[in-house]
Design a protein around this ligand. Structure first.
Ligand code: CDP
Length: 260
């Protein structure tokens, strides 16, 4: 069997037909699949497959704060724990949370906190646990997106959802939703998130070079992609309630569950 060195970058990130290596157009998202209510023991949860990324988010709260000294008498607190499984990347990732995981947990919390009414929950906490089981570029954006969905699934009052995506630049072309290889080999990478209640940017990181004109193009492309991602989040939440409604209006529903 030939030895495959996964981290060797291909020389070209575009095919001869102008498409990206995975066959996408420059403004095309990877396939996205979401689900909610996937963890029985959590107050709310969500699952996301975004290209090769597989991420689960589970939410608890409002509940007692541990350790107690973190509790605030006048408001609730939000704690986010982004973790990447050891088996989620080609190299063995150290199991202990590293600096990158702490940074990503912090930026996700910064994206989500403005959505919540923490002042209504003094002395309590909301905790969001995010596990990246398979990683292939853009996990901070995917994790932000799935965390918002899990909070909504938990019935936590929110001003809106937040959606996130990374845009980038390769060979002078601006592309949407970078895969792992595009993230590593590209010239620029800009993760961006929008909170929908005010359509404001709540995350904007940047790695690489670009001029102002390119920045405007980045933002336009990101906005179009974010609208699509938001729609998938909304459809996923709605489908949960449609399913519930169907189950409760089906007279055989109780019989269907007999024997469980
Ligand atoms: O995942 P995201 O793009 O938000 O963050 P990153 O730090 O820019 O990482 C980009 C990609 O590198 C990840 O999605 C993983 O596919 C990969 N990665 C890895 O292979 N090993 C790590 N320890 C961390 C990231």
């Amino acid at each position: 069997m030939p030895l495959i060195i996964k981290d060797e970058y291909p020389e070209k990130l575009f095919r001869k037909d102008g498409k990206r290596l995975d066959g996408r157009e420059i403004n095309e998202l990877r396939p996205i699949k979401m689900d909610v209510g996937v963890i029985k023991n959590a107050d709310g949860s969500a699952y996301l497959e975004w290209g090769n990324n597989k991420i689960i988010a589970a939410v608890y709260g409002p509940r007692e704060v541990h350790p107690h000294h973190l509790a605030k008498p006048d408001r609730g607190i939000l704690r986010v724990f982004y973790r990447m499984a050891t088996f989620s990347v080609f190299d063995r990732k150290r199991p202990a949370p590293g600096r990158r995981e702490k940074e990503i947990s912090m930026i996700i919390a910064d994206c989500i906190e403005p959505l919540l009414f923490l002042e209504l929950y003094p002395g309590t906490s909301f905790e969001v646990f995010i596990e990246v089981m398979d990683a292939d570029g853009g996990t901070r954006c995917a994790s932000t997106t799935v965390a918002a969905l899990a909070l909504a699934d938990a019935g936590v009052p929110m001003k809106s959802l937040v959606s996130a995506v990374a845009v980038g630049k390769i060979d002078g072309k601006i592309i949407v939703d970078l895969s792992g290889i595009e993230d590593k080999a590209g010239d620029a990478d800009l993760p961006i998130a929008i909170t929908w209640y005010n359509e404001e940017i709540s995350l904007l990181q940047f790695d690489g070079n670009m001029d102002l004109e390119e920045m405007n193009k980045f933002l336009d492309l990101a906005y179009e992609a974010l609208k699509n991602i938001h729609q998938i989040q909304l459809d996923t939440l709605k489908s949960k309630y449609v399913k519930l409604q169907e189950e409760t209006s089906n007279p055989n529903h109780k019989n269907d569950n007999k024997g469980e």
